[in-house]
Design a protein around this ligand. Structure first.
Ligand code: PXP
Length: 238
């Protein structure tokens, strides 16, 4: 069954807007688990604009489902992650001024750093995914980084507005997923997926997991977190 990981960064964003104790992403994570999701994803950003170390420590000690932490290539954050030992990490690019993760990680430019990070995480028993653009040359390069999982960036697909661009971006993701699988990589996907664009992505047979945040947390404001997750699960054919 296609797995659903729910990104709860936005809950922490609301907390940080007022620098209060609430809403607490740990409480949200408990509801996400009760609604049947497979994992919780959080992004520990270098500027700590939403998720903080405290959240990750509590999530790790509270959850019965998997905890996946997105991190940039950063030594201080890596040291913390190795100590806390979440189930998995997803390596992402990060720019301080960005609103959200803008593109895939440039694994050709940062091969050595990526490889060392993957090795460090592996030694600590943590699985590593690399967030990359769905393009052939990047995917062919992944085995050199010693990672076994990729998360395909679906942002361009999600941003496309006319039918021919949507179908072009969908084809790129399908081809990328097929190629990755042929290289024995486990394939995940995410970014910008919502209730009206998720079905074609969920139907790609090589994709084993989707990570979705913004649309689920937004819908939860109106229908509640549990219903928002169950509706998304239904669209994913779960
Ligand atoms: N996957 C990765 C690697 C991300 O960085 C994000 C955004 O934090 C997501 C998935 C989820 O994207 P969205 O919030 O648009 O669903």
């Amino acid at each position: 069954m296609l797995r659903l990981g729910v990104n709860i960064d936005h809950v922490a964003t609301v907390r940080e807007v007022r620098k209060t104790q609430f809403p607490d992403p740990v409480q949200a994570a408990v509801l996400v688990e009760l609604a049947g999701a497979d994992s919780i994803t959080v992004h520990l950003r270098q500027d700590r604009r939403h998720i903080k170390e405290r959240d990750i420590e509590l999530l790790k000690n509270t959850l019965n489902i998997k905890l996946n932490v997105e991190i940039a290539l950063n030594k201080e954050i890596l040291d913390f992650i190795v100590k806390v030992k979440p189930f998995s990490c997803c390596l992402v690019p990060e720019r301080v001024e960005e609103i959200t993760t803008e593109g895939g990680l440039d694994i050709i430019k940062f091969t050595e750093q990526v490889k060392q990070t993957v090795r460090t995480l592996k030694k600590a028993g943590i699985y590593t995914a690399i967030f990359i653009e769905p393009d052939e040359s990047t995917i062919k390069y992944v085995p050199q980084c010693e990672a076994e999982i990729i998360e395909l960036h679906t942002g361009k697909y999600a941003d496309a507005t006319n039918p021919s661009d949507i179908s072009k971006e969908l084809s790129r993701i399908k081809d990328a997923a097929k190629l990755a699988k042929s290289l024995n990589l486990e394939v995940h996907a995410g970014h910008g997926l919502h209730y009206n664009n998720v079905i074609p992505i969920a139907r790609i047979p090589e994709i084993e997991e989707l990570n979705i945040g913004h649309s689920i947390i937004s819908r939860a404001m109106f229908v509640g977190l549990e219903k928002a997750i169950r509706e998304m699960s239904g669209l994913m054919g779960r």
